[in-house]
Design a protein around this ligand. Structure first.
Ligand code: GLY
Length: 425
């Protein structure tokens, strides 16, 4: 059994780590992988993972049984379609289904047509009508580039001036083709929460909810990042709200199917819990990063079995089970992130950290140089602890963080404080 995983971040290390525990004992190749995946799988360098033809040819040449696509880029580029076309199973949606992440306007249109609750929004390709709309709706308001903009295409504009500047920046080409259309969206208030589900396009099996921390510094201050820490479950989400969120994911998959789109893979719902109930902020077409680093450690079911069931359209045969324990993950980042940062810094203490009970250190931006582990990205490590209570999981994660060092590193000190405040859930 040979599996090819595409991607090289903390999400992919968590996926590979979980797949490596499968009773099917797969041989795992990862392209490009990182310093963490190197010790449990074979890292493949030089494969252009956003090239559908290259990935399909590699999978054929290497007798791959299943291709697992981690990041959104290859999905939107059509890698899943190309792999399927050569008769190899693939975990990840087709290019037409991945538009749920690749085009925010496409996703909004799905939400509108299928009556899924979300903030009001309008899309524009010209500055003048966009500014006229802004005049009508006022601030605060959210400005989004339509396409994939490497996590940088969203501005929460508090004033009309900020909103106008964000609209102009987007339509003037700051995000290239991804910003050729701009969305102006209603600003919604409430706690945010991610809920992901496995789906084969018919059956939808929700995972457990997770809460990301997007700002760089404590107290949710500083610039937006790819995520500085995460926890699961999410105590602020009560049982009735969770059922509503699960139902919204089911209705999304049903709606897409009625549009002629069979969505297979992970559907990621970004929710906001408003006074009127949960509303959808966005969809992603893949596992979240860093959400995966707390979701998969809580998953008891064999991930490989689930992935094959998704790829073969027989998810109805699968029952997911989850550990009751709480999981907390703290990101250790390079100084300067999300702006400019250095790399090649020698990292120490990872083994000592992993010797603590319930602790796993997922690598996000590392590589091995002359046998030494060094930093190779903005987010470097995801230090994850799982324990019976949030208090213990948090203490263990931070004890582990304190054992790890590299020059210029930083992390937030308040990950999962909100979970403690909201109760055990
Ligand atoms: N944690 C946000 C994302 O994966 O897009």
């Amino acid at each position: 059994m040979r599996i090819l995983v595409l991607g090289g971040g903390g999400r992919e290390h968590a996926i590979v780590h979980k797949l490596a525990q499968s009773p099917m004992a797969p041989e795992i190749l990862v392209a490009p992988g990182n310093g963490g995946t190197a010790s449990i799988a074979v890292n493949v360098s030089g494969l252009r993972i956003e090239s559908p033809g290259d990935v399909a040819a590699f999978a054929l040449d290497n007798a791959i049984d299943l291709v697992v696509i981690g990041p959104e880029g290859p999905l939107v580029a059509g890698v899943a379609d190309a792999v399927e076309a050569v008769g190899i199973r693939v975990f990840g949606p087709s290019a037409s289904a991945a538009r749920m992440e690749g085009s925010k306007e496409f996703a909004k249109d799905v939400m509108r047509r299928h009556g899924l609750p979300a903030g009001a929004s309008e899309a524009f390709t010209e500055v003048a009508p966009a500014l006229a709309y802004l005049d009508r709706v006022g601030a605060p308001v959210v400005i989004k580039a339509d396409g994939l903009a490497a996590g940088k295409g969203v501005t929460v504009a508090v004033t009309a001036e900020e909103a106008e500047a964000a609209v102009r920046e987007c339509l003037d080409g700051r995000f290239g083709e991804a910003g050729a259309t701009v969305l102006i969206e209603e600003y919604l208030v409430g706690p945010e929460c991610s809920l992901l589900a496995f789906t084969d396009g018919v059956t939808v099996l929700p995972m457990v909810p997770a809460q990301d921390h997007k700002r760089a510094f404590d107290g949710d201050t500083g610039p937006n990042t790819g995520g500085m820490g995460v926890y699961s479950p999410v105590p602020v989400v009560d049982a009735a709200t969770l059922v509503e969120m699960e139902r919204l994911l089911e209705r999304t998959v049903e709606g897409l199917r009625s549009d002629g789109i069979l969505y297979r893979g992970v559907l990621y719902g970004g929710f906001i819990l408003t006074d009127q109930g949960p509303k959808l902020l966005e969809f992603n077409a893949r596992f979240g990063d860093p959400e995966t680093q707390v979701i998969l450690p809580r998953m008891e079911t064999d991930l490989l079995e689930v992935m094959f069931a998704v790829a073969e359209g027989r998810l109805a045969d699968v029952v997911l089970s989850w550990r009751e324990e709480r999981a907390v993950s703290v990101v250790i980042a390079s100084g300067g992130y999300p702006g400019d940062y250095g790399s090649g810094k020698r990292i120490t203490g990872v083994e000592a950290a992993e010797a603590l009970p319930g602790v796993t250190v997922y690598h996000a931006g590392t590589t091995r140089t002359d046998g030494e582990l060094v930093s190779a990205g903005g987010r470097v490590l995801n230090v994850t602890a799982i324990a019976p209570t949030f208090a213990t999981a948090r203490d263990r994660a931070y004890e582990a963080v304190r054992l790890i060092s590299f020059e210029g590193s930083f992390s937030r000190s308040d990950i999962a404080v909100r979970a403690l405040a909201d109760g055990e859930g």
